[in-house]
Design a protein around this ligand. Structure first.
Ligand code: ADP
Ligand code: TRP
Length: 337
């Protein structure tokens, strides 16, 4: 008998969603939501975004952008619960409870914090310069997102695996102290072919690095970004090693295995970088065409997105409410337990 499986994932509204977000997380997450027996909850992590965004209009615009992106790529709002994190107060109550069970050492090791600290040290700054408690304890809030809805699977890109493992560790500690079954342990799910999509400079494609191919910029903007992908000076007709080519590695994430293999053969036979980039831009354009039209239609109707997010939050709270009731009862706190 197929049991109900709860899938949960989020994206933070700190920039426009890019091809890495789509191929690494959004596309596999939407495929997962379509599997039988799966109840999916996908959300916009606006309070996670608060670790960097400092402007009301920007936060709102990016939140709408992320919601429109989910919808454009085929999230079915009838079936999948789409919501904004800040609309679900249960998450923040749980975050405190989890924080009290989280060894500080877990956070010291968390890679977002470590990266910020290392950058400070490399620049000769105070190691804590510019690091808020929000950034430091980011994985606790993420654990609360996951654990507040009894999530079974968390589809994410590879960079988020550590955070899901931290969520599991914290849940085990809570269960050890307050009783098995207080929290449900989640599992991570990573799509291996697109676990890390590189950006135009070869680092992980990211909203924060100015190295991303945007999903829904204009077609001209997309082509311009593709032309920025770093290449070497191999002569045009010389054979190219696909695996060491950034253009190929980005392109392969878009394609299924068989098509990827025949593209690799073209590289080995010899293809100019210009031609390789044109193939990539053309394929992106074709695959994005339908989504682009749906994106335009949603982003033009912010009120419709607001309504949908509000309904999503009601549904998410109907799940998180009883989970928090169970946790409060285990702790023996709060009269509402
Ligand atoms: P960014 O790093 O651009 O700020 P987020 O941290 O908001 O993106 O990531 C949202 C989701 O997209 C996460 O599940 C993350 O693992 C995935 N993701 C982000 N960048 C990539 C990438 N370059 N390749 C694969 N997946 C990615
Ligand atoms: N931290 C994730 C990211 O930067 C976004 C996120 C927040 C998330 N809460 C989550 C992802 C819960 C999965 C589950 O990409």
């Amino acid at each position: 008998v197929a049991e109900r499986t709860v899938a949960l994932t989020g994206i933070k509204p700190t920039g426009r969603p890019h091809i890495g977000n789509w191929l690494g997380m959004i596309r596999p997450a939407i495929a997962l939501a379509d599997e039988p027996g799966v109840e999916a909850l996908y959300f916009i992590a606006d309070y996670h975004g608060l670790t960097t965004v400092r402007d009301r209009a920007t936060l709102r615009a990016l939140t709408l952008d992320c919601a429109a992106t989910w919808l454009a790529f085929g999230l079915d709002p009838e079936k999948t619960v789409l919501y904004r994190q800040s609309d679900v107060p249960e998450v923040f109550e749980l975050a405190w409870i989890l924080a009290c069970h989280t060894p500080k050492g877990f956070m010291n090791k968390s890679h977002a914090y470590k990266a910020a600290r290392d950058a400070n040290e490399a620049g000769g700054e105070d190691p804590d310069a510019g690091i808020s408690m929000g950034l430091f304890s980011y994985p606790v809030l993420m654990a609360a997102d996951i654990l507040a809805v009894d999530a079974d699977v968390v589809p994410v890109g590879k960079d988020q695996v550590q955070h899901v493992e931290i969520a599991r560790d914290i849940a085990e500690r809570v269960n050890h102290t307050w009783g098995e079954g207080t929290l449900r342990l989640p599992a991570v799910r990573v799509k291996s072919e697109s676990a890390v999509v590189p950006g135009v400079d070869g680092r992980k494609m990211s909203k924060s690095y100015d190295n991303a191919l945007p999903c829904f910029g204009s077609p001209a903007e997309l082509r311009k970004a593709v032309m920025r992908i770093a290449t070497d000076s191999t002569p045009p007709d010389a054979p190219k090693d696909p695996d060491s080519s950034l253009v190929f590695r980005i392109h392969r994430a878009l394609l299924d295995e068989a098509v990827g293999a025949s593209l690799a053969a073209r590289y080995r036979a010899g293809i100019s970088w210009g031609a390789a980039k044109k193939l990539l831009a053309d394929d992106l354009e074709t695959q994005l065409e339908g989504a682009r039209a749906r994106y335009a239609s949603w982003i033009a109707r912010p009120e419709a997105i607001d309504l949908l997010l509000a309904e999503g939050a009601r549904r998410a709270r109907r799940i998180a409410g009883p989970v928090l009731g169970r946790v409060r009862a285990a702790l023996g706190v709060s009269s509402s337990a």
